[in-house]
Design a protein around this ligand. Structure first.
Ligand code: PEP
Ligand code: MG
Length: 583
């Protein structure tokens, strides 16, 4: 096969070389074909085998349940096992294969769709909700049939382990990405996605080269093709000729050597040439990530995206982690950080991080009941999380960070609920830090334009540039069609950023940036010049940013930064950024 090159959006640095492992989306995009007469029984057998495999998976899930897990979890597995045994799932699709000659996936999806539409007409809310269970069971079987994430082989046909495999998919949700955390793949490529989608963010946290927004890579790349991902440039080379392969292997070696050099900076304090101390914090998704935060010499955790504890669980919103379960996770992070502060962000669910994709019904999720809006609509769930965070504060310094605030009443209600959670803990004789610092994420333009509302009530601010850019420029951060408009250097974004940093400094409260801009070395000088002193990023980016800081002189950066902020012409901004890189 001839070599070809694809261009997309770079999301995670480095070079990966390996064989393609194609993941087909489980539910929607299954293959549709007619099975010839002589293969019908084999196709029936294929579906029966998949159903049997899922039965075994559910049994394993049951037996692996921790003793203290909530009763509902076992009940969920029971319900799924019952659905799987029901003739509606276990037999009707087999009849469809025999009668209509559909392939197994098509037959199963046809039946699931039929059952789902019947459920839509049911008046009883409880029964109606069982539709999601049926879909989840169907997806489990499909995943086995199509060989998606749930049943990824440990070694492919060529005897290569995961490290040599490049995952290629139409799309991967953040929840699906979680499955890759304990399997070290070489890299991944998707047709959809933007640079700051949560899927991309998880890829960066795994520190594997990745490129998204490849439009039709999953159709063009075939299983087991040799693939190179150039994660720095968003380029994918399929079936490269030997000379190209050698060039990339050389680059891979150079990158490894540079990383080794960087690792020597781990214990070096991040101080600029003119003696300004900068704090570098880590963004994490799970407590276990604290190991890499410590390894990178982080000053603490600047953003613990707690919603990842809530995602990808069987049962979706009906099976949230309990207060105790959350407490254990938060405490673990606090203990692993050994006295360094841990900033726990309250649940930022919604948009591209639904609790359960099957339950996502908002017409425009990014503008819907997301983050603090969701939490204020579910006060009991929110209180449980607040109590869990507060209890963890008895074990080391914890800060509480609230996402997506925009209205004064949201601030008041949130603070009121924190007070309420404290009173509940007092009544239960549970210890916590009563002086816990509470901060707001500034990630909606309305918040950045009404900072007096925030500085009056909050102990610190953290700028979420990923959403601030999304909402300022009105572009969906997960939509690759508009990814070219996602520009951190748009003057409107720069004005809001600079205004927030300056206002925080004047009010005497710390301001950090915890969006992806903080980990981009091309922007380090600009942020320092604006006055930023606290950066939070994935652990894998900390040492490169530190190296940049060590080479900077803030006194020299400031005037050049002012020039950038005064400019509204993209060409002038680009020139001034170039000049900034050399002061
Ligand atoms: C942000 O919006 O910049 C941010 C840090 O939060 P998230 O990416 O999780 O939305
Ligand atoms: Mg955000």
């Amino acid at each position: 096969m001839a070599s070809f090159t694809l261009h997309g959006i770079p999301v995670s640095r480095g070079i990966a070389i390996g064989r393609a492992h194609l993941l087909t989306p489980a539910a929607l995009d299954v293959k549709h074909y007619l099975v010839p007469d002589e293969s019908i029984e084999a196709e029936v057998q294929r579906l029966q085998n998949a159903i049997a495999t899922v039965h075994k998976e559910l049994q394993t899930l049951w037996s692996d349940l921790p003793k203290d897990s909530p009763a509902e979890l076992g009940a969920f597995i029971d319900v799924h096992a019952l659905i799987l045994s029901d003739p509606m799932i276990a037999e009707v699709p087999l009849d469809i294969i025999r009668a209509r000659h559909y392939n197994a996936e098509w037959a199963l999806v046809t039946q699931i769709d039929e059952l789902s539409s019947q459920f839509d007409d049911i008046g009883d809310a409880y029964l109606r909700e069982r539709k999601a269970d049926i879909q989840q069971v169907g997806e489990r079987v499909l995943k086995v049939l199509t060989g998606t994430a749930g049943s990824l082989p440990k070694v492919n046909e060529h005897g290569e382990t995961h490290a040599g495999m490049i995952v290629v998919a139409h799309d991967i949700s953040p929840a699906d990405m979680l499955q890759f955390r304990d399997r070290s793949f070489g890299g991944f490529i998707t047709d959809l996605g933007g640079q700051n989608s949560h899927t991309a963010i998880v890829a960066r946290s795994l520190d594997i080269p990745a490129a998204v927004g490849m439009t039709n890579a999953s159709a063009l790349i075939q299983q087991d093709d040799w693939v190179i991902i150039d994660g720095d440039n968003g380029v994918v080379v399929v079936d490269p000729p030997p000379e190209v392969l050698n060039q990339y292997r050389d680059r891979q070696l150079r990158i490894q050597r540079e990383r080794k050099k960087l690792s020597k900076l781990k214990k070096t304090p991040a101080v600029t040439r003119d003696g300004v101390k900068i704090n570098l914090y880590a963004n994490i998704e799970f407590p276990e990530d604290c190991a890499s935060a410590m390894e990178a010499g982080a000053n603490g955790v600047g953003l613990f995206r707690s919603e990842f504890l809530f995602m990808g669980r069987i049962g979706g919103s009906a099976n949230l982690p309990t207060e105790d379960e959350q407490f254990e996770s938060y405490r673990k992070a606090v203990e692993m950080m050994k006295g360094r502060p841990v900033t726990i962000r309250t649940l930022d669910i919604g948009a591209d991080k639904p609790l359960d994709a099957a339950e996502q019904t908002a017409p425009n999720p990014a503008l819907g009941l997301r983050a603090i809006r969701y939490c204020l609509a579910e006060p009991q769930m929110f209180l449980a999380q607040l109590r869990a965070i507060l209890r963890a504060s008895a074990y080391g310094p914890v800060k509480l960070l609230v996402p997506m605030l925009a209205h004064a009443f949201e601030i008041e209600k949130t603070l009121g609920l924190i007070e309420h959670a404290m009173n509940q803990l007092r009544a239960a004789n549970k210890v916590f830090d009563p002086l816990i610092q509470v901060g707001a994420m500034i990630e909606i333009p309305a918040a950045a334009l009404t900072l007096p509302m925030f500085v009056k009530r909050m102990d610190f601010l953290s700028i979420g540039t990923n959403d601030l850019i999304q909402y300022t420029l009105a572009i969906d951060r997960v939509d690759h069609e508009v990814a070219h408009l996602y520009n951190p250097l748009h003057p409107a974004v720069l004005q809001l950023l600079s205004h927030t940093i300056t206002t925080g400094a004047k009010a005497g409260i710390p301001v950090s940036v915890c969006g992806e801009m903080a980990g981009d070395t091309k922007l380090t000088r600009l942020l320092l010049g604006m006055g930023l002193r606290e950066f939070s990023m994935h652990p894998s980016q900390i040492l490169s940013v530190k190296q940049e800081i060590l080479n900077c002189d803030i006194e020299l950066l400031a005037p050049q930064t002012k020039k950038i902020l005064r400019s509204f012409d993209p060409g002038d901004i680009a020139d001034a950024m170039e000049a900034l890189a050399h002061v």
